[in-house]
Design a protein around this ligand. Structure first.
Ligand code: AMP
Ligand code: GLY
Length: 429
């Protein structure tokens, strides 16, 4: 099977790495990929994965490439091409593609849509209101005593969420988003949720339109600094499994969220084939959904795919084809920890082009895989090329062993300004 993967981050490196292990994969491309992806080889025939110079949002060019090269199966990593309708476009041209279609991508691209859907179909979530009028929005914040979370409706690069501790912060947040248009048109409408206390975990479920198969739990670390201080980022590290839900509790949570979700999709005529990633808060009154994403998490993918035993080509094919019911997800019993090494300054502005050293030494350690996120080759040297640079991922007999192995590998790697959290997985202990 000839496979094209779309995207360029750590998630896409993990997808390419795992897909390349499948005996079904005979040729692979990644658009645009990164320096680590370009080093992957197919298990089947040793062929290199070829990175092609096409952006993830260049839909017509990607379509032309897939047609010219007779790509059998395209796999989409990031949310933007999904929201732009890449799946619908490829399907209209008779091409097989994995990822959610444009209607299903609404769960991520519109927080208002998701909130209303959750309320309509009884999915446990925060008490919330949706508003297009700033005065009404402020009034609702007051009913929550100002302790609330104000969310811009549309995609805002993960930044359109403001957490408020009191009414004056809430009014300022509403002003910034709705009046000041801090996130552009994404803020014409807002969702305001009550502030929920608890432990936040990531759920992932692979869906095929009727069946949803839930993954083990994982936990991301969104803040830039140790102890959850600093600014919000795309995610500084993940681990799986988490100790916060037993198998039975996870099954309960999945039932309370995924059953009404799939029922609601059927009722609304939404064919949800792809990955559903609910961010949830484990509150004293049970798990509640904060938001839906409609794609694999980054860096959740890195830890999930190092634990997954199944052939990923077969799983994603089943998800796209509606035959997931025949598949059983199998996970290695080992724990996995991924520590992100970021550029100095991230998530603010940061330099690029810093030479990366020690990667081969790190990768040679047992049970270690270093996924590239923002890297490039320049004059024959591996250099930094993004905010999140590497995802150092370790498997271990238990979480403590995986954590120790990940940090041993991190210490082998150097680039100027590198920063990483030293407490990934510490919440589990
Ligand atoms: P979102 O993009 O909606 O997941 O929000 C980004 C982050 O804000 C989440 O990962 C949570 O840490 C936090 N957050 C969002 N909604 C709430 C809420 N209702 N209560 C507490 N924290 C929240
Ligand atoms: N891990 C955060 C995200 O993928 O949105």
């Amino acid at each position: 099977m000839k496979i094209l993967v779309i995207g360029s981050g750590g998630r896409e490196h993990a997808l390419v790495w795992k897909l390349a292990q499948s005996p079904h994969a005979t040729q692979m491309w990644c658009a645009p990929g990164n320096a680590g992806i370009a080093q992957e080889r197919l298990a089947m025939n040793g062929a290199a994965v070829e990175c092609i110079n096409l952006g993830a949002e260049e839909l017509p060019k990607l379509l032309a490439f897939a047609r010219e090269n007779r790509v059998d199966f395209t796999i989409v990593g990031p949310d933007n091409p999904l929201a732009l309708g890449i799946v619908d476009l490829f399907q209209r041209h008779g091409l097989k593609i994995w990822g959610v279609n444009q209607r299903a991508a609404r769960f991520e691209s519109s927080k208002v849509f998701s909130q209303k859907f959750m309320e309509k179909y009884g999915i446990p979530t925060a008490a919330a209101g949706t508003f297009s009028d700033a005065a009404a929005a402020k009034g609702f914040c007051a009913t929550l005593g100002g302790k609330c979370v104000v969310k811009a409706d549309g995609l805002a690069l993960g930044k359109g969420v403001l957490i408020c501790r009191n009414q004056s912060e809430a009014e300022q947040a509403v002003e910034e988003i709705m009046v000041g248009k801090a996130f552009g048109t994404a803020g014409a409408n807002v969702v305001i949720q009550e502030f929920l206390e608890g432990i936040e975990v990531s759920l992932h479920a692979l869906c095929d339109g009727t069946t949803a198969k839930v993954f083990p739990t994982s936990q991301d670390h969104k803040r830039a600094l140790d102890g959850d201080a600093g600014l919000n980022t795309g995610g500084m590290g993940t681990y799986s499994p988490t100790p916060f839900l037993t198998g039975a509790q996870l099954a309960d949570a999945a039932r309370s969220i995924l059953d009404p979700f799939m029922r609601g999709c059927a009722a609304e005529g939404i064919d949800f084939r792809g990955l559903l990633y609910p961010g949830i808060m484990l509150t004293r009154s049970g798990p509640k959904v904060l938001e839906f994403n409609a794609r694999f998490g980054d860096p959740e993918t890195q830890i999930y795919l190092t634990r997954l035993e199944n052939d990923l080509v077969e799983l994603l094919d089943a998800s796209a084809s509606g035959t997931l019911g025949d598949q059983e997800l199998k996970w290695k019993p080992e724990a996995s920890v991924c520590v992100i090494m970021a550029s100095g300054g991230y998530p603010g502005s940061y330099p690029k082009g810093k030479v990366i050293k020690g990667l081969d030494t790190a990768n040679a350690l047992p049970h270690i895989k270093v996924f590239h996120a923002g890297t490039a080759m320049k004059d024959g040297q591996l250099v930094t090329n993004g905010g999140r640079v590497l995802g150092v991922t370790a498997l271990g007999q238990d979480l403590r062993a995986a954590q120790a192995a990940a940090y041993t590998a991190v210490e082998k790697i150097q680039f100027e300004g590198a920063h990483y959290r030293r407490d990934i997985a510490a919440k589990a202990f």
